[in-house]
Design a protein. Structure first.
Length: 387
């Protein structure tokens, strides 16, 4: 029996685990060379061991008891697309958003560097690799990366990603170095996404980026992350993670982007959700405090928190009080995610979310496990049923 078998569930956060030479056939030679340097050689003990395990495993439908236990590169379908289709079967999810892992972290680093050619070449190669991984199974929904460092190139990269079939556009959660996430010239990007009926996504990357570098200099021994690898964070950076998405959403809402593009959906993925109720109230408090003096606020057609309800969808961590978050915010916002195959998602995210939502009505739970995800991805992935 699959891991989930009693309801329709969509997975709003899963990843590929790239291996050396992942980008060789999709990116420029320079990008592929630099990426391989980052990951190391397939002949290293680590990758020889991983590839050997996958060659010997011959994963099958008999692996349903192991699907949630194997993590990172050892997981079923971590980097082989046929095995990922099997993993989806074994998990019992109806679909998965597929994010990169190592390229996501690298792109976020490049976003704040000076080599914009390398940044946009890497984004293009990454997006093509995402399509190749997901292209044979409609349940695997490819996420493409759009750097915002250069506005004109961002618009061109989004057009290229949409042309090859990407179903969601990932932008950096951190504000670009030289302009706001809500810069008026980026309206062309939001218009592209709206016309294509694809969401804009924010996703955790380098969690420590939101903190000053000095936070590690506390006179104490260095704190290891709990799994090693990419996209990792520790307790202090975990506490700071909400600051990035709150800043981005504040700009998109208060500068009127979600007002001008009322059909644009925003997904906030693997950035927690305990912050959402307070953030919504703070948005409305900002309107109360500054509405008389700021023209941009006076032109909003809705209360700021109503834009969150209408257009923003967020994934809680399995360790968060999801039922409480939903009760204190709105039933339209939160979505299920597994973070497969990353270790942070745990071995039983579905069970945890069932427990923390057990006091909610069944229609509200269905929104969490299914309907809010379908709303985020929209009719280009989930067309309305014929009447």
């Amino acid at each position: 029996m699959p891991y989930i078998s009693d309801r329709t569930v969509h997975d709003a956060d899963s990843h590929v685990m790239e291996i050396p030479h992942w980008l060789d056939e999709f990116a420029t030679k320079r990008v592929a060379t630099e990426f391989n340097k980052r990951l190391g050689s397939r002949e290293s003990d680590f990758y020889r061991n991983i590839l050997g395990k996958h060659d010997a495993a011959n994963f099958s439908t008999d692996d349903e008891d192991r699907v949630m236990g194997l993590k990172n590169h050892e997981a079923i379908g971590a980097f082989r697309k046929a095995d990922r289709s099997l993993a989806v079967d074994l998990m019992g999810v109806a679909s998965q958003l597929i994010f990169p892992t190592s390229t996501n972290v690298w792109l976020e680093t490049l976003e704040h560097g000076d080599d914009l050619d390398l940044l946009y070449e890497t984004a293009s190669g990454t997006n093509r690799s995402q399509m190749a991984f997901c292209g044979d199974d409609a349940r695997l929904i490819p996420v493409g990366y759009v750097p915002l460092a250069d506005i004109d190139r961002a618009i061109a990269t989004a057009a290229e990603a949409l042309a090859i079939g990407v179903k969601a556009l990932l932008i950096p959660w951190a504000c670009p170095r030289d302009h706001a996430t809500s810069h008026i010239k980026l309206d062309a990007l939001w218009a592209q996404a709206t016309e294509a009926q694809v969401p804009i996504l924010l996703h955790v990357g380098l969690a420590d980026r939101v903190l000053p570098a000095a936070h590690k200099n506390n006179g104490l021994p260095a704190v290891p992350d709990f799994h090693g690898g990419e996209e990792n964070f520790r307790s202090i950076s975990y506490m700071a993670i909400p600051h990035g998405p709150m800043q981005a959403l504040s700009m998109l809402i208060l500068d009127g982007v979600l007002d001008r593009f009322e059909d644009l959906k925003i997904g906030v993925i693997e950035l927690g959700a305990t912050w959402v109720p307070g953030f919504m109230r703070q948005l409305d408090a900002a309107l109360e405090a500054f509405g008389r003096h700021e023209t941009r606020l006076q032109s909003l057609k809705l209360k700021p928190s109503d834009y969150v309800r209408r257009q923003v969808r967020v994934t809680p961590y399995p360790t968060e009080p999801t039922g409480w978050i939903i009760e204190q915010s709105a039933p339209e916002i939160c979505m299920f995610s597994s973070d497969y195959p990353h270790l942070e998602g745990g071995r039983n995210p579905y069970g945890r979310f069932l427990r923390t939502t057990e006091e909610l009505s069944e229609p509200v739970r269905d929104r969490f496990f299914r309907a809010n995800f379908e709303d985020l991805l929209g009719p280009q992935v989930f067309p309305p049923a014929a009447s």
